[in-house]
Design a protein around this ligand. Structure first.
Ligand SMILES: Nc1ncnc2c1ncn2[C@@H]1O[C@H](COP(=O)(O)OP(=O)(O)OP(=O)(O)O)[C@@H](O)[C@H]1O
Length: 265
């Protein structure tokens, strides 16, 4: 039984979910991201690490076209999701973001009841027929975000009244309620205390059985704990990409070695 699971996991991890080829981003005259090519695999946690300003968040935002909302940003190159070009003219960015969800650094629940925070996406995308189906979807999403037991008796209370860690798990529930295929997380624990961080990290590991997760983190310990693949960025360049264990124990590039040993950053 266990052997079969291992085989199944290996196969799924080998398939590419998103592929970026020669991606460049300019903000006005600033060349923030230079020729980045990388494969994001199915059911794998990929960590983006690197010193401040190296382009991690910029690249993360390319993966669900969040940079479309930045007037000065110009993105070139190609990014595909299951082989489909996400920048193709016919792709609706709102639909794309339902498939490639995002969780931000600072928990940002809507100033609405907990229930409505989670029901928001399914409502706008018409994912539930009727109240009973929506109730079930809200419950399932809160359960998957490991928050249901803490909020089930106060679904009508505002999401903004929860603790920071609970708010972040609510934002994760909101993101997974539209059944995304990829979940992007931009330093999701940086505003959380160690206990809440541990809960979110545990959750990330569970989400990996269903989604590809891409996480930007400043914490190398966190990257080592939660990810299977790591990409190291420096000055807008993807310096090294590989198995997390290899990157941390046997980096090929001296810049990666300097960063993980604390000499740059
Ligand atoms: N909206 C923007 N307008 C102009 N320049 C920007 C914008 N966003 C990012 N940049 C610039 O692009 C470069 C990459 O920034 P980005 O935020 O992607 O780096 P990062 O690695 O995520 O940094 P941090 O770890 O500090 O969040 C930086 O030089 C930054 O100043």
């Amino acid at each position: 039984m266990n052997d079969m699971r291992v085989v199944e996991r290996t196969v799924s991890n080998d398939s590419t979910k998103m592929k970026a080829e020669a991606v460049n981003v300019h903000y006005g005259t600033t060349h923030a991201l230079k020729d980045v090519s990388v494969d994001i695999r199915e059911r794998t946690v990929t960590a983006f690490i690197g010193p401040s300003g190296c382009g991690k968040s910029t690249f993360l935002r390319c993966l669900n076209r969040m940079n479309d909302t930045v007037a000065s940003a110009r993105v070139t190159g190609k990014i595909t999701l299951d082989g489909e070009d996400i920048y193709a003219r016919e792709v609706d960015p709102v639909q794309l973001r339902a498939k490639v969800g995002m969780v931000f650094q600072k928990p940002n629940p809507f100033p609405k009841p907990i229930y409505d925070n989670v029901a928001y996406g399914p409502r706008i995308h018409g994912l539930a027929r009727g109240k009973a189906e929506l109730d079930a979807l809200v419950e399932a999403s809160l359960r998957r975000a490991a928050l249901w037991d803490e909020v089930k008796d106060r679904l009508d209370s505002p999401g903004t009244g929860l603790s920071g860690g609970q708010q972040q798990r609510l934002c994760i529930a909101r993101a997974i309620a539209t059944s995304p295929e990829v979940l992007l997380m931009d330093e999701p624990c940086s505003a959380l205390d160690p206990i809440a961080t541990a809960q979110v990290e545990e959750l990330i590991d569970e989400l990996r059985s269903e989604f590809s997760v891409v996480i930007v983190t400043h914490s190398m310990q966190q990257a080592a704990r939660v990810s299977q693949k790591t990409a190291f960025f420096h000055l807008g360049v993807l310096v090294e990409f590989g198995d997390t264990g290899e990157i941390f124990t046997n980096p090929r590039d001296p810049r990666t070695e300097s960063y993980i040993s604390g000499r740059i950053g």
